[in-house]
Design a protein around this ligand. Structure first.
Ligand code: PMP
Length: 350
């Protein structure tokens, strides 16, 4: 068996399917695509020849996104889930150079680096309050060159790093020719948008997903945008015909007709988030405030609390291997959030 030792040394991505009544464990939208749009999609699929290959590199989606974003299509790449695009940056800018990220953060950055070139990886701990350790990061950026991954809003901590701090890191990265990947998976929920910063700095890329605000996690689609020069280089690393006709057609439909349901969901997340935090305050349950569609609650006995919630049908995600005592909870529908809060209240009363 010719498996490389680096692969044998890898831990698996931690995820275990469980039975539940209320699913709050994966930062998904609780809402499926509206029925009318699904029916329209099925109709359109009847006219798609499944025997024919789709676009070579989802060019028709880059064109649509270009119109929507006001960005040149040559500066946009589409991938089957934004996590597949992250690997392109490790391949294109990291291997044999450096991969810099934070800890805790989205685990795929380090998983990809560890799969492709573990020596390149550096994970800098966030400060205890989840703020950026600017001095340490700048010292890292002064050594060599490579790719720096930063999720903003941050995950799983759920906070927003101030734009001025991120810009100071981008400036430091620029001096040493690093590529900076801003993962904006949750940007709609924080109301932030790094497009102008990407425009200003040719070494910065924004990566976005349709899995969260658009509620298309099952369809698997994400994209990134940056200056056409760097995107053109990375386009060479995309797998040919990597986006299926089903994916192409779904996104075409949603981009042309779907904004209303997306906006409604974003507004609901913002108001539910405030309502939940008030309820947690009233219950005296410690939590970390968040600008995203998920948040952390903290417990002295996270394993017990996780199981007690699951016994009441509420599935959340353990994060206590990353952050002491933390369970991560997605914001669900108002009635799912009520179920979560009632379960917590009942557990606490025990
Ligand atoms: N970035 C972050 C910060 C995420 O939390 C996630 C999903 N959990 C992703 C990227 C990946 O999203 P996708 O479904 O597009 O692969």
């Amino acid at each position: 068996m010719s498996i490389r030792p680096e692969i044998k040394a890898l831990g698996a991505y931690k995820f275990e399917a469980k039975a539940y009544q209320v699913k709050l464990d994966q930062n998904e939208s609780p809402y499926d695509l509206p029925q009318a749009l699904k029916e329209k999609l099925l109709e359109r699929l009847l006219n798609i020849p499944f025997n024919r290959y789709p676009d070579l590199k989802a060019e028709s989606l880059s064109d649509l996104l270009a119109q929507k974003l006001g960005w040149p299509a040559k500066g946009i790449l589409v991938g089957p889930g934004s996590n597949t695009l992250l690997r392109r940056f490790v391949e294109g800018c990291g291997i044999g150079q450096r991969v810099l990220t934070l800890h805790p953060t989205f685990s795929v950055y380090s998983l990809d680096a560890n799969t492709l070139d573990p020596i390149s990886l550096s994970e800098v701990p966030l400060n205890d309050d989840f703020s950026l350790p600017l001095k340490t990061l700048k010292a890292e950026l002064a050594q060599g060159t490579g790719v720096f991954f930063i999720a903003n809003p941050a995950a799983p901590s759920g906070n927003l790093h101030p734009e001025a701090e991120v810009i100071s890191l981008i400036e430091a990265a620029k001096e040493h020719s690093w590529t900076v990947v801003i993962d904006e998976a949750y940007h709609q929920f924080s109301g932030t948008d790094y497009k102008n910063i990407v425009k200003r700095y040719p070494n910065v890329i924004s990566v976005r997903t349709f899995s969260k605000a658009y509620g298309l996690a099952g369809i698997r689609l994400g994209y990134c945008f940056g200056h056409p020069e760097i995107i053109g280089e990375l386009r060479k690393t995309l797998t040919p015909f990597g986006i299926s006709s089903l994916q192409l057609e779904t996104l075409k439909l949603v981009l042309s007709e779907g904004d209303e349901f997306v906006e409604r969901y974003i507004a609901e997340v913002k108001s539910e988030r405030e309502r939940i935090f008030k309820a947690l305050d009233a219950l005296a349950i410690p939590y970390k405030p968040s600008v995203t569609n998920f948040f952390l609650i903290l417990s002295d006995e996270p394993a017990k609390l996780y199981q007690a919630l699951l016994d009441k049908g509420i599935l959340v995600r353990r994060q206590d291997h990353l952050i002491q005592g933390a369970l991560r909870v997605s914001i669900g529908t108002p009635s799912e959030n009520d179920a979560f809060l009632s379960a917590l209240a009942a557990i606490k009363a025990f």
